[in-house]
Design a protein around this ligand. Structure first.
Ligand code: B12
Ligand code: SF4
Length: 566
């Protein structure tokens, strides 16, 4: 059975008892994400501070032209499209106009809209547009937005689907909901930009996204993803075993020509049996793959460093909650040692720190942020402690009467201000501390690109003579980048960072010298030839950003099982 929760099925909950669509699998379906533009303030809930960019939104936002900028597709609707046999279009990142055109150009029986809570205003407008432009269509709304309080009253939809959507949609079309899950071909990051340069789209040049499961059994009380798919002890596994996962990854490797995978699973390493079986199969087939994973510290500790390296783990996104908080993931562990150790083995660490936890006060928060910054992770995400509807934390805060009234859902995204009454920190101060955390991390640790280069070099120095050719090959691939374009970037960063922090500039210089010692000819030549170009593009980008430049994802339209309307 491919789709199971660990204990109990989390049932999607329609507003009305669930019928099957009269046309079944012949129904024509449009699945759309919410409309843009996103990175600007508007009446539908777009916010300049909340762009559709993973890193620039919540990780490298204070890094100016060194910020890593890229977009990610809406994977939920891509997964649903791939797993139904009805004719189906996916419209991703439309404008309002483009959404209207699509509704008018095709007679859709079903319009499915996917959204998260911040974008509820857009969902309301899209439902209104469907009623006006395509009145025969059934409207189905899914994704995290359905956890919005009183959602039934806020939007005009026929079905509001909470939880896992593939099985719901299959049921609604009268299809076999327990059929094997097919994985769509997903290129992970799109239109990547850094230092004012847009990286070329090379076949196999970007990781592929793979989604082994949704939800997380750990059930931390603030975690929306865990709560949405059933909470503590529950989650949906699309691929239960290492064998299934391996088969899917081989298919994606062949089709997209990738060796690198962004594993979209909230706590991939928690499932050790599956991960170790995957490693066994990778070894037997000589697969030199790279995996970027999310994992909690205690899940990482279930593996030796060598096991992680052999599994190809090259990037870990890990919660660094304050050791003084009540979240259990770091119990008995020294995060600083773990971070240092991972980096020494060539594994980039993206730390995630929550600002404004219950025990934070204006007196201790600066020290807590300083301590998080001192872990020197490659990337650092900071987010405000935010009770989000649907989570146990939200319920608790509501019961205590601590939720602040009148806050627009569009402003509840963790990068603005508290949406609840904190015991010691004011709403305005929450934003100040958050912004300071980003600034402080950048100012004292330098650009994330530099830190990544440092980790890559350490990995190479440790593993360049490793007996397993799969491991060597992976680090050799990384070195191709470090010894050329990245070294040129180091040259430019060193020059540019002099005016921000001389000490960091000196550290970048030292690293560049080490890279050039390893690769004397190519590294020096590229730094000399490409470095000045990157410095120029970096400065040009700074000017553009200062003048208010923002970036938006392109619109995608993809049809599957398509037949024209009769
Ligand atoms: C990729 C991602 C992004 C991408 C954007 C992707 C996109 N195109 O929209 C980026 C990085 C830009 C992003 C940004 C943000 N994100 Co985000 N993001 C994710 C992430 C990591 C993965 C989403 C995913 O694809 N999951 C896998 C798919 C399969 O699951 P799914 O989308 O939930 O879809 C399933 C069901 O929900 C359902 N479903 C979904 N759509 C539909 C539609 C229909 C019709 C039906 C029937 C069912 C259905 O079926 C699917 C299969 O089961 C999630 C965390 C997570 N692990 O899910 C956070 C998450 C969705 N993001 C979240 C947040 C808060 C944000 C930001 C506000 C945060 C921030 N400050 O950066 C911004 C908002 C940007 C904006 N302007 O809208 C929250 C949402 C919280 C909430 N309750 O609304 C999440 C859950 C993270 C978290 N735990 O806090 N995000
Ligand atoms: S371990 Fe991470 S993903 Fe899992 S419930 Fe806790 S915060 Fe959420």
């Amino acid at each position: 059975m491919p789709m199971k929760t660990s204990e109990m099925a989390v049932h999607a909950m329609p507003v009305h008892p669930m019928p099957i669509h009269p046309k079944g699998s012949d129904a024509r379906i449009l699945l759309s994400s919410v409309f843009g533009p996103y990175a600007q303030d508007d009446d539908f809930g777009s916010r300049a501070i909340n762009p559709m960019e993973l890193y620039h939104n919540q990780v490298t936002r204070a890094q100016g032209s060194f910020s890593l900028r890229m977009f990610h597709r809406s994977w939920g609707i891509m997964m649903i499209q791939e797993n139904i046999s009805a004719p189906c279009s996916v419209l991703d990142f439309p404008t309002r106009q483009r959404f209207a055109e699509e509704l008018l150009a095709n007679q859709y029986d079903i319009v499915g809209i996917s959204s998260i809570i911040v974008n509820v205003g857009k969902v309301r407008e899209m439902c209104r547009m469907v009623r006006e432009l395509s009145p025969e269509s059934v409207i189905i709304v899914g994704g995290h937005v359905t956890a919005t309080p009183d959602i039934e009253k806020l939007i005009d939809a026929d079905h509001i689907v909470k939880g896992e959507g593939i099985s719901w949609m299959r049921r609604y079309l009268g299809e076999d909901e327990s059929a094997k899950i097919k994985h769509p071909m997903i290129v992970s990051g799109l239109e990547t930009r850094i230092m004012g340069i847009r990286l070329p789209n090379r076949e196999g040049g970007t990781a592929a996204t793979i989604i082994p499961s949704v939800g997380c059994p750990m059930g931390c009380n603030f975690c929306t993803t865990s709560a949405f798919f059933g909470g503590k002890g529950k989650f949906y596994n699309f691929y239960e075993t290492g064998d299934e996962l391996f088969e899917v990854m081989c298919g994606i490797e062949a089709e997209l020509k990738v060796k690198s995978f962004f594993v979209m699973d909230e706590n991939f390493l928690l499932h050790r049996t599956r991960a170790m079986r995957l490693l066994e199969l990778m070894k037997a087939a000589g697969k030199s793959w790279e995996l970027s994973v999310f994992a909690s510290a205690n899940a990482i500790r279930k593996y030796t460093m060598l096991e992680l390296v052999e599994l190809g783990v090259s990037w870990v996104w890990m919660g660094l909650e304050s050791p003084r908080s009540s979240y259990s993931k770091l119990e008995g562990k020294d995060v600083r040692d773990l971070t240092r150790e991972l980096r020494q083995h060539g594994i980039r660490v993206q730390g995630s720190t929550i600002v404004g936890l219950e025990h934070h006060t204006p007196d201790n928060i600066v020290d807590e942020i300083e301590s998080a910054v001192s872990y020197q992770t490659d990337f650092h995400q900071f987010m405000l402690y935010t009770p989000v509807p649907g989570t146990p934390l939200y319920k608790e805060m509501e019961e205590q009467g601590r939720m602040l009234p009148g806050i627009d859902f569009a402003d509840i995204h963790g990068q603005h201000k508290f949406n609840f009454r904190h015991a010691a920190i004011s709403r305005d101060d929450s934003k100040r501390f958050l912004d300071w955390a980003f600034w402080r991390d950048f100012e004292s640790n330098g650009p994330s690109l530099y830190r990544m280069c440092q980790t890559m070099l350490q990995g190479w120095q440790r593993y360049k003579h490793h007996p397993d050719p799969r491991v060597r090959e992976r680090f050799e691939r990384e070195m191709k980048k470090l010894s050329s374009a990245y070294n040129a970037a180091l040259w430019a960063m060193e020059k540019e960072f002099k005016k921000v922090n001389r000490g960091v500039s000196d550290r970048i210089h030292k690293l560049r010298r080490e890279v050039e010692k390893e690769f004397p000819v190519v590294a020096r030549l590229t730094a000399a030839a490409l470095g000045p170009v990157l410095l120029w593009s970096t400065r040009r980008e700074e000017r553009r950003l200062a003048a208010g430049r923002t970036y938006e994802p392109p619109t995608f339209l993809e049809r599957r099982n398509w037949v024209s309307a009769t």
